[in-house]
Design a protein around this ligand. Sequence first.
Ligand SMILES: NC(=O)c1ccc[n+]([C@@H]2O[C@H](COP(=O)([O-])OP(=O)(O)OC[C@H]3O[C@@H](n4cnc5c(N)ncnc54)[C@H](OP(=O)(O)O)[C@@H]3O)[C@@H](O)[C@H]2O)c1
Length: 306
Amino acid sequence: MDKLILSNGIEIPPIGLGTYPMYGDTLTNSVISAYKAGFRLIDTADNYYNEKDLGESLAKLYEKTSANRNELFIVTKLSDELYPAGTIGGGANRGIYFWKNSSLMQSPNAVRNIIEQKLSNSLQCLKTDYLDALLMHWPYPDYFEEIWYEMERLYKKGIVRSIGVCNCRERHFEKLKVSSEIFPMINQFETSPLNTKFPLLKYCDDHNVKVMIYSPLKSLQYKNQQEYHEYIRKVSEKYGKNPVQIILRFDIQRGMIPIPKSSNAARLQSNINIFDFSLTDEEMDKLMNFNLDLAYMPESRSCPGL
Ligand SMILES: NC(=O)c1ccc[n+]([C@@H]2O[C@H](COP(=O)([O-])OP(=O)(O)OC[C@H]3O[C@@H](n4cnc5c(N)ncnc54)[C@H](OP(=O)(O)O)[C@@H]3O)[C@@H](O)[C@H]2O)c1
């Protein structure tokens, strides 16, 4: 299982564990099982409200196994929801940030203050003094470049080892090309054989932006795509793998980082057991040709037109 390299030279595991929506013991069991299966990258976000539970899960992981913080790659995200100052783990009084009409954005240096508070909260929850990747959860149009500027500052300070975005299209990157000093290292979005997003993938490839794939298994939910399911089943039988493994292998062979979520130890083991076979070029092409631009998650369907 070779690691990939981000544009700033740091290593990143080729597959990760999605953690939404998992909490408490379910999350702890998933994190420990995932580590034992070989997962080293863990994805969360401030607005999954599970960073505190993830921090506690990590503490149990370090206690019960030989795992240590430095071998993990922890990803969290900055969202427009923020828990009130002083609380950890969020919950009730959610605020809406990063929108011009929000009363919470009226104070001077609001973006900087919110991001610093948010980061400090994430670090405290996750029981760590650095992050491996900090991603902007969505290209919030009113403050997109300003948020990115603050993320660059955190990167330069060394508190985050890499910075990136989620759900961004070519036009968002073009904005940053003009205004920013550091180009995003990661773009996390939804893509699958039914939603190949070829132009965006090419753009990311051309600009050395690593693609992290969320909701990588959702294409299997489209029950009406019979030809697709039949083909996946045929390929699964050929390799003695299951359909999920074929999809994840397809992602890996495109040089992307899928982050499937599972709360089940056997499925976690199976999801990472994809490094002992390869799809042929013909099979990759055939899978790519199922594209129908079917985006499953709402956040991947709409995007602000900056
Ligand atoms: N940046 C963003 O805007 C964004 C948006 C959405 C999600 N995400 C991140 O991406 C992660 C993954 O996305 P997701 O959770 O939406 O979807 P997903 O990982 O594609 O699918 C998760 C579902 O698949 C099931 N599953 C996992 N492995 C399986 C297997 N081998 N066989 C059968 N079923 C299996 C899981 O059930 P069990 O748990 O029961 O196994 C769960 O119901 C999230 O957890 C989150 O970290 C990011």
